[in-house]
Design a protein around this ligand. Sequence first.
Ligand SMILES: [Zn+2]
Length: 335
Amino acid sequence: KSLGCFSPSEQLESFCHLLHFLSAPRRIQGARPISLSAAATGIFGMGRGGDDNGNQKLTLQDVAELIQKKECHRMVVMAGAGISTPSGIPDFRSPGSGLYSNLQQYDIPYPEAIFELAYFFHNPKPFFTLAKELYPGNYRPNYSHYFLRLLHDKGLLLRLYTQNIDGLERIAGIPPDKLVEAHGTFATATCTVCRRSYPGEDFRGDVMADKIPHCPVCTGLIKPDIVFFGEQLPQRFFLHVADFPMADVLFIIGTSLEVQPFASLADAVRSSIPRVLINRDLVGPFAYQPQYNDVALLGDVVSGVEKFVELMAWKEEMQELIQRETEKKYFGANR
Ligand SMILES: [Zn+2]
């Protein structure tokens, strides 16, 4: 079964991950932890490489050296909520958070309803309250995002697959063609009636003024291109079919790998390449089927990224990059 064929339940699960993003860092979904491809691998008894071949367990230092020697230079990164929590992205389910109180006034039946099309057409206001919060500008990228930017600057980033909808990867300066925003983006929007596509910026004024945006051509309701329940993942997601087999190192940062189809991408790379997990906990194949070329850096995500940056001797470059980007913000050149 190809990764590209999503059943409705898989789409729902994928969508649940979007919700998981919003409620990070806690786990809220009882999603299945094992991907189909990994299960099949187990049945046929052919793991990824493995110690049976006498391979030494790979270390983070080894991975750093492989990249320094340009033996690995086509990095694919999978990222999740864990890279954005240090930026203060809010949990809209948490009583006490400003966003939660803002949503309460709408009397929504349950928080997930704001990502349901039927509810959106009934009452789009709760969704646009969230949109107002997450529209580019309210939050700043953190060290993890700039690390990914540095990978791109160094020509090492083949593609970044993110589950986040906060747009912080773009704000950090990673070009859209290097990005797959698996659960959509506020950067573009589509008319729900005539399907015309618009830059998200066109409706920024409306959203900020608590006005529901409407299509200038047909007056239909405008919806930012965030993936709702039952909707297809963006076309760009299918780039994985080429990207993952081409990757020569995979980084998985700040995601619990709980939800398909995103999670099974971790098994879509060639079995011989190093996989590095930087995350609070051991997750996905790193937990249930660790291989000799898997490296896990557990704990705080930013600390994990810093550790790798140090091994690469990129500390100064990171500081310079962050300083440059922060100055841009003050001079208003980043928007
Ligand atoms: Zn329209």
